[in-house]
Design a protein around this ligand. Sequence first.
Ligand code: ATP
Length: 258
Amino acid sequence: MKTSVAISVKKVDFSYGSTKILDQVDVDIQKGQFTVLLGRNGCGKSTIFGLITGLEQYKTGSIKILDKERKKLSFAQCSKIMGFMPQSHKPIFPFKVKEVVLTGRAAFSGFSPSAADKKLVLEALEELGIGHLADRPYSDLSGGEQQLVMIARVMVQQPPIILLDEPTNHLDVYYQTYVMQSLRRMCDKGMTVIAIMHDPNLALSYADKAYFMKDRKILDFEQTESSNQAAFLEYIYNIPFNEIPNSGKSYYLPKNDK
Ligand SMILES: Nc1ncnc2c1ncn2[C@@H]1O[C@H](COP(=O)(O)OP(=O)(O)OP(=O)(O)O)[C@@H](O)[C@H]1O
Protein backbone atom coordinates (compact mmCIF):
# COMPACT_ATOMS: atom_id res chain seq x y z
CA MET A 1 0.00 0.00 0.00
CA LYS A 2 1.37 3.48 -0.91
CA THR A 3 1.69 5.83 2.02
CA SER A 4 1.97 9.58 2.41
CA VAL A 5 5.20 9.09 4.31
CA ALA A 6 8.46 10.04 2.59
CA ILE A 7 10.84 8.89 5.32
CA SER A 8 9.92 6.54 8.13
CA VAL A 9 12.33 6.04 11.02
CA LYS A 10 11.34 3.27 13.43
CA LYS A 11 13.04 2.23 16.66
CA VAL A 12 16.51 3.32 15.56
CA ASP A 13 19.35 3.21 18.07
CA PHE A 14 22.75 4.66 17.25
CA SER A 15 26.04 5.07 19.13
CA TYR A 16 29.47 6.43 18.35
CA GLY A 17 31.65 3.91 20.19
CA SER A 18 30.14 3.62 23.66
CA THR A 19 28.32 6.99 23.47
CA LYS A 20 24.65 6.54 22.69
CA ILE A 21 23.31 9.29 20.41
CA LEU A 22 19.87 7.94 19.44
CA ASP A 23 17.61 5.80 21.60
CA GLN A 24 14.67 4.06 19.91
CA VAL A 25 14.01 7.04 17.66
CA ASP A 26 10.69 7.11 15.81
CA VAL A 27 9.66 9.75 13.29
CA ASP A 28 7.63 9.90 10.07
CA ILE A 29 8.39 12.67 7.58
CA GLN A 30 5.34 13.38 5.43
CA LYS A 31 5.57 13.76 1.66
CA GLY A 32 5.26 17.29 0.30
CA GLN A 33 5.84 18.88 3.68
CA PHE A 34 8.51 21.27 4.91
CA THR A 35 9.84 19.65 8.07
CA VAL A 36 12.40 21.24 10.38
CA LEU A 37 14.60 19.54 12.97
CA LEU A 38 16.02 21.56 15.84
CA GLY A 39 17.78 21.02 19.14
CA ARG A 40 20.91 21.95 21.04
CA ASN A 41 24.40 21.59 19.59
CA GLY A 42 25.56 18.01 19.63
CA CYS A 43 22.11 16.49 20.28
CA GLY A 44 22.29 14.26 17.18
CA LYS A 45 20.55 16.12 14.33
CA SER A 46 23.33 15.61 11.75
CA THR A 47 23.66 12.01 12.90
CA ILE A 48 20.04 11.35 11.93
CA PHE A 49 20.69 12.91 8.53
CA GLY A 50 23.78 10.69 8.22
CA LEU A 51 21.67 7.59 8.91
CA ILE A 52 18.97 8.64 6.45
CA THR A 53 21.45 9.45 3.67
CA GLY A 54 23.64 6.39 4.26
CA LEU A 55 26.74 8.16 5.57
CA GLU A 56 26.22 6.29 8.84
CA GLN A 57 24.91 2.74 9.25
CA TYR A 58 22.14 1.68 11.65
CA LYS A 59 22.21 -1.77 13.21
CA THR A 60 18.81 -1.76 14.88
CA GLY A 61 15.40 -0.53 13.75
CA SER A 62 14.37 0.52 10.28
CA ILE A 63 14.65 3.57 8.04
CA LYS A 64 12.40 3.53 4.98
CA ILE A 65 12.78 6.03 2.15
CA LEU A 66 9.66 6.10 -0.04
CA ASP A 67 8.69 2.68 1.38
CA LYS A 68 12.08 1.05 0.69
CA GLU A 69 14.53 0.04 3.41
CA ARG A 70 17.43 2.47 3.14
CA LYS A 71 20.06 -0.25 3.61
CA LYS A 72 18.78 -1.97 0.49
CA LEU A 73 19.10 1.14 -1.71
CA SER A 74 22.29 1.59 -3.71
CA PHE A 75 24.22 4.85 -3.64
CA ALA A 76 22.92 5.65 -7.15
CA GLN A 77 19.31 4.97 -6.10
CA CYS A 78 19.71 7.14 -3.00
CA SER A 79 21.15 10.03 -4.99
CA LYS A 80 18.15 10.03 -7.32
CA ILE A 81 15.65 9.98 -4.45
CA MET A 82 17.45 12.32 -2.03
CA GLY A 83 19.45 15.50 -2.40
CA PHE A 84 21.62 16.30 0.59
CA MET A 85 23.45 19.47 1.58
CA PRO A 86 25.83 18.76 4.46
CA GLN A 87 26.74 21.32 7.09
CA SER A 88 30.17 22.15 5.71
CA HIS A 89 31.67 21.99 2.27
CA LYS A 90 35.21 22.91 1.37
CA PRO A 91 35.90 24.66 -1.93
CA ILE A 92 39.03 23.16 -3.51
CA PHE A 93 39.27 24.30 -7.13
CA PRO A 94 38.26 27.72 -8.46
CA PHE A 95 35.38 26.38 -10.56
CA LYS A 96 32.76 28.87 -11.69
CA VAL A 97 29.55 28.86 -9.67
CA LYS A 98 27.51 27.52 -12.60
CA GLU A 99 29.97 24.62 -12.99
CA VAL A 100 29.75 23.75 -9.30
CA VAL A 101 25.94 23.72 -9.48
CA LEU A 102 26.08 21.64 -12.67
CA THR A 103 27.88 18.87 -10.77
CA GLY A 104 24.52 18.34 -9.01
CA ARG A 105 23.29 16.94 -12.35
CA ALA A 106 26.16 14.41 -12.58
CA ALA A 107 24.03 11.45 -11.45
CA PHE A 108 21.77 12.09 -14.47
CA SER A 109 24.05 13.43 -17.17
CA GLY A 110 27.44 11.89 -16.34
CA PHE A 111 30.19 13.95 -17.92
CA SER A 112 28.01 15.25 -20.77
CA PRO A 113 25.59 17.83 -19.41
CA SER A 114 22.85 18.80 -21.85
CA ALA A 115 21.48 22.25 -22.66
CA ALA A 116 18.52 21.34 -20.42
CA ASP A 117 20.93 20.63 -17.51
CA LYS A 118 22.57 24.04 -18.00
CA LYS A 119 19.16 25.74 -18.15
CA LEU A 120 18.20 24.08 -14.85
CA VAL A 121 21.37 25.44 -13.27
CA LEU A 122 20.61 29.03 -14.29
CA GLU A 123 16.98 28.65 -13.16
CA ALA A 124 18.07 27.40 -9.72
CA LEU A 125 20.50 30.31 -9.35
CA GLU A 126 17.72 32.76 -10.27
CA GLU A 127 15.28 31.03 -7.89
CA LEU A 128 17.72 31.70 -5.05
CA GLY A 129 18.43 35.27 -6.17
CA ILE A 130 22.08 34.62 -7.07
CA GLY A 131 21.97 34.59 -10.88
CA HIS A 132 24.59 37.36 -10.82
CA LEU A 133 27.13 34.96 -9.30
CA ALA A 134 26.96 32.39 -12.14
CA ASP A 135 30.37 33.21 -13.64
CA ARG A 136 32.24 34.00 -10.42
CA PRO A 137 34.81 31.50 -9.07
CA TYR A 138 33.11 29.56 -6.28
CA SER A 139 36.20 29.71 -4.07
CA ASP A 140 36.09 33.55 -4.09
CA LEU A 141 32.55 33.75 -2.67
CA SER A 142 31.60 34.64 0.90
CA GLY A 143 30.41 31.88 3.24
CA GLY A 144 26.75 32.86 2.74
CA GLU A 145 27.11 33.02 -1.06
CA GLN A 146 28.74 29.57 -1.07
CA GLN A 147 25.87 28.26 1.02
CA LEU A 148 23.32 29.55 -1.50
CA VAL A 149 25.29 27.89 -4.32
CA MET A 150 25.24 24.57 -2.43
CA ILE A 151 21.46 24.85 -2.00
CA ALA A 152 21.14 25.49 -5.76
CA ARG A 153 23.31 22.40 -6.38
CA VAL A 154 20.86 20.25 -4.43
CA MET A 155 17.87 21.85 -6.14
CA VAL A 156 19.09 20.97 -9.66
CA GLN A 157 19.12 17.30 -8.74
CA GLN A 158 15.32 17.68 -8.58
CA PRO A 159 14.98 14.78 -6.15
CA PRO A 160 11.61 14.14 -4.49
CA ILE A 161 13.30 14.57 -1.09
CA ILE A 162 15.82 17.22 -0.04
CA LEU A 163 17.76 17.24 3.23
CA LEU A 164 19.56 20.44 4.20
CA ASP A 165 21.84 20.63 7.22
CA GLU A 166 21.56 24.25 8.42
CA PRO A 167 20.63 25.94 5.12
CA THR A 168 20.41 29.43 6.66
CA ASN A 169 23.27 29.54 9.17
CA HIS A 170 25.55 31.85 7.15
CA LEU A 171 22.81 33.98 5.60
CA ASP A 172 21.71 37.53 6.31
CA VAL A 173 18.06 38.15 7.17
CA TYR A 174 17.21 38.93 3.53
CA TYR A 175 18.61 35.64 2.24
CA GLN A 176 17.29 33.67 5.22
CA THR A 177 13.80 34.79 4.21
CA TYR A 178 14.56 34.23 0.51
CA VAL A 179 15.72 30.64 1.11
CA MET A 180 12.86 29.77 3.46
CA GLN A 181 10.31 31.13 0.97
CA SER A 182 11.98 29.21 -1.81
CA LEU A 183 11.92 25.95 0.19
CA ARG A 184 8.28 26.64 1.06
CA ARG A 185 7.45 27.02 -2.66
CA MET A 186 9.26 23.75 -3.45
CA CYS A 187 7.10 21.92 -0.90
CA ASP A 188 3.97 23.58 -2.24
CA LYS A 189 4.88 22.02 -5.61
CA GLY A 190 5.13 18.56 -3.98
CA MET A 191 8.76 18.25 -2.91
CA THR A 192 9.62 16.98 0.57
CA VAL A 193 12.13 19.17 2.40
CA ILE A 194 13.77 18.46 5.75
CA ALA A 195 16.04 21.12 7.20
CA ILE A 196 18.14 21.18 10.33
CA MET A 197 17.88 24.66 11.83
CA HIS A 198 18.88 26.60 14.91
CA ASP A 199 16.43 29.52 14.92
CA PRO A 200 13.04 28.30 16.21
CA ASN A 201 11.24 31.46 15.04
CA LEU A 202 12.53 31.28 11.48
CA ALA A 203 11.85 27.54 11.36
CA LEU A 204 8.33 27.76 12.80
CA SER A 205 7.41 30.66 10.49
CA TYR A 206 7.79 28.58 7.34
CA ALA A 207 7.66 24.89 8.22
CA ASP A 208 4.65 22.58 8.20
CA LYS A 209 6.11 20.42 10.91
CA ALA A 210 8.75 20.95 13.59
CA TYR A 211 10.65 18.31 15.55
CA PHE A 212 13.08 18.92 18.37
CA MET A 213 15.76 16.55 19.66
CA LYS A 214 16.53 16.07 23.32
CA ASP A 215 18.01 13.22 25.36
CA ARG A 216 18.51 10.96 22.33
CA LYS A 217 14.85 11.23 21.26
CA ILE A 218 12.87 13.22 18.68
CA LEU A 219 9.90 15.20 20.01
CA ASP A 220 6.97 16.63 18.05
CA PHE A 221 6.54 20.36 18.77
CA GLU A 222 2.74 20.10 18.32
CA GLN A 223 2.37 17.16 20.67
CA THR A 224 4.35 18.51 23.55
CA GLU A 225 3.20 17.52 27.00
CA SER A 226 4.64 20.75 28.42
CA SER A 227 2.13 23.29 29.71
CA ASN A 228 2.82 25.49 26.68
CA GLN A 229 5.27 25.83 23.84
CA ALA A 230 7.48 28.38 25.62
CA ALA A 231 7.88 25.84 28.43
CA PHE A 232 8.67 23.17 25.84
CA LEU A 233 11.42 25.38 24.36
CA GLU A 234 12.77 25.97 27.85
CA TYR A 235 12.96 22.20 28.30
CA ILE A 236 14.81 21.84 24.96
CA TYR A 237 17.25 24.74 25.31
CA ASN A 238 17.56 25.03 29.12
CA ILE A 239 16.71 28.74 29.15
CA PRO A 240 13.33 30.42 29.81
CA PHE A 241 11.38 31.87 26.87
CA ASN A 242 8.66 34.49 26.48
CA GLU A 243 5.89 33.83 23.97
CA ILE A 244 5.22 36.99 21.93
CA PRO A 245 2.02 37.09 19.83
CA ASN A 246 2.60 38.54 16.37
CA SER A 247 0.00 38.64 13.55
CA GLY A 248 -1.80 35.48 14.66
CA LYS A 249 1.47 33.56 15.23
CA SER A 250 3.74 33.27 18.22
CA TYR A 251 7.39 34.19 18.49
CA TYR A 252 9.60 32.85 21.21
CA LEU A 253 12.34 35.01 22.66
CA PRO A 254 14.75 34.10 25.44
CA LYS A 255 13.71 35.93 28.61
CA ASN A 256 15.93 38.86 29.46
CA ASP A 257 14.95 40.11 32.88
CA LYS A 258 17.91 42.50 33.29
N1 ATP B 1 32.15 10.59 13.80
C1 ATP B 1 31.93 10.79 15.10
N2 ATP B 1 32.56 10.11 16.04
C2 ATP B 1 32.32 10.28 17.35
N3 ATP B 1 31.41 11.16 17.83
C3 ATP B 1 30.73 11.88 16.93
C4 ATP B 1 30.95 11.75 15.53
N4 ATP B 1 30.11 12.60 14.88
C5 ATP B 1 29.42 13.25 15.85
N5 ATP B 1 29.78 12.80 17.07
C6 ATP B 1 29.22 13.25 18.35
O1 ATP B 1 27.85 12.87 18.36
C7 ATP B 1 27.05 13.89 18.96
C8 ATP B 1 25.96 14.31 17.97
O2 ATP B 1 26.60 14.98 16.87
P1 ATP B 1 25.74 15.63 15.71
O3 ATP B 1 26.72 16.19 14.73
O4 ATP B 1 24.74 14.66 15.23
O5 ATP B 1 25.00 16.80 16.51
P2 ATP B 1 24.13 18.01 15.96
O6 ATP B 1 22.85 18.00 16.72
O7 ATP B 1 24.03 17.95 14.48
O8 ATP B 1 25.03 19.24 16.43
P3 ATP B 1 25.20 20.75 15.86
O9 ATP B 1 23.91 21.46 16.08
O10 ATP B 1 26.29 21.29 16.74
O11 ATP B 1 25.61 20.66 14.41
C9 ATP B 1 28.00 15.00 19.35
O12 ATP B 1 28.30 14.87 20.71
C10 ATP B 1 29.24 14.74 18.52
O13 ATP B 1 30.41 15.16 19.20
